[in-house]
Design a protein around this ligand. Structure first.
Ligand SMILES: [Zn+2]
Length: 460
């Protein structure tokens, strides 16, 4: 994620977490989120949405494997009226709480058994408040005059479809989006059909639930070709082509730059969704933010044409989407930190080494001042998208590059991605890879940068 100010900021209040009777997946940042009893492998989403009436009709089938015997299990889901829930094709008893859909099979599901769960529902989707974002900065299903978009990082995917809503459970998706003409629907992955009416998208690599996206509205397309003939489709509000086509030229260039250094682009397609000006009136967050939804990030109308923001979200496809966090509070520094660092790499690429050093020093001077440094390694829920994730994380990568040298630094990033491709990782994976590549134990380097109460000295 990237906001106008570079991060969401500090003005957060932790929303009260409801009593934790529900079985969470085990992330202390969001104790009640997810379920550890099963792993979803695929979501088939059929989303019918009419921007004129704000009516959503959903039919979602989750395919999963039981990790233990399941006499009951839950999905994260809030809002809407459910008309049917079917386990392996047959109606199944269920209960609802404000944020959980609890399934009560008449016969327990055996450990290691595959099962499918279909939920049919309808209603008016609404924005929601994440405890990780400042109070009043709502996200989730955002409606505006003439359209809607679902942007759900970190914990709001379940406000529009039932799911195991934590990055530890990544899954593939196929998404049908149906909407009346003249609107179109857009979603993650390869578009097998796109029309006003019904379109189908396939994401054949696993994604976090919070990085699933659908958008509805009036859009034109601008197509590009990336390295290895990768198809790139940009969805632009009609009449904005002259504003965006020039800035979007950076995408294939920076994709090549990253591919040369940290490995080939990890998904089967890429693209952008650039939201229209109408969003500004409806939602503070997406007026000026961008989010790295898998294979097709979403950009608010302000800042969308900034090369830094375009490259930030592109970089997240490797770090964040392809390799994802294990715990939000412990791992977000390397996700946002590397995306922020990629903005400094872009500066180095376009304006030279001196301009790069100037940016690093400016960030360091600002954040190393007494009282400004927060340990990036273990962030509280309200600090997950604070400046320390971005700047503290980016400075850690700069320091790592200075310590290892260019070749070993990029080799470390490349091997970290290759080793954890399409899965989840944590700090121990960074330490392990950096130590292997450098031939020295890097534990104390990461401990100093991630856990010191004051800013470590900048090497070099
Ligand atoms: Zn980001």
């Amino acid at each position: 994620m990237r906001s106008r100010a570079g991060s969401i900021g500090f003005l957060c209040l932790l929303a009260a977490i409801s009593a934790a009777q529900e079985d969470g997946i085990g992330d202390p940042t969001f104790p009640t989120l997810g379920n550890r009893g099963y792993l979803a492998s695929h979501y088939g989403l059929k989303i019918n949405y009419n921007p004129s009436t704000n009516l959503l009709k959903g039919d979602v089938t989750m395919e999963a494997v039981a990790k233990t015997e399941l006499s009951t299990f839950s999905l994260d889901f809030s809002g809407f009226t459910i008309s049917a829930v079917k386990l392996n094709g047959a109606a199944v008893p269920y209960e609802r709480t404000p944020s959980k859909l609890r399934i009560k099979p008449t016969t327990a599901i055996a450990k290691d058994a595959k099962f499918s769960l279909e939920t049919v529902y309808s209603g008016n989707p609404q924005v929601a408040q994440s405890a990780a974002l400042p109070t009043g900065m709502t996200s989730g299903w955002i409606t505006y005059a003439g359209g809607a978009v679902a942007v759900c990082e970190p914990d709001l995917a379940h406000t529009w479809f039932p799911c195991n809503d934590h990055p530890r459970n990544k899954a593939t998706f196929d998404i049908d989006v149906t909407t009346p003409s003249p609107y179109i629907g857009i979603a993650n992955g390869i578009a097998t059909t796109v029309s006003s009416g019904k379109s189908h998208f396939v994401l054949d690599k696993p994604s976090m639930t919070c990085m699933a996206v659908v958008a509805f509205g009036k859009y034109g397309t601008f197509k590009q070709v990336g390295p290895n003939n990768l198809p790139i489709t940009n969805y632009l509000p009609p009449g904005t082509e002259t504003q965006y086509i020039q800035p979007l030229q950076i995408t294939p260039k920076f994709m090549q730059y990253l591919s040369d250094r940290i490995g080939s682009y990890p998904f089967s397609s890429y693209g952008t969704i650039i939201l229209p000006k109408e969003v500004e009136k409806a939602n503070t967050l997406m007026a000026g933010s961008a989010i790295e939804t898998t294979s097709i990030p979403v950009f608010g109308p302000e800042g969308s044409s900034s090369p830094e923001v375009l490259c930030h979200e592109l970089t997240h496809q490797w770090i964040g989407d392809c390799v994802s966090i294990t715990n939000w509070g412990d791992d977000i520094w390397w996700v946002e930190g590397f995306a922020q660092y990629s903005e400094w790499l872009l500066t180095e690429l376009t304006d030279g080494k001196e301009a790069y050093i100037k940016k690093v020093k400016s960030a360091y001077d600002q954040f190393s001042a007494p009282g400004h440094w927060l340990k990036p390694g273990h962030l509280a829920t309200q600090d997950v998208f604070g400046q320390q994730s971005y700047i503290g994380g980016a400075l850690t990568f700069h320091a790592l590059r200075r310590t290892l040298g260019d070749a070993k630094f990029f080799q470390t990033v490349k091997e970290f991605i290759a080793k954890n491709r399409y899965g989840n990782a944590s700090v121990k994976d960074w330490i392990e890879v950096a130590s292997k590549v450098s031939g020295q134990d890097m534990t104390s380097f990461f401990d100093e940068w991630l856990n010191s109460s004051t800013a470590p000295k900048l090497p070099g």
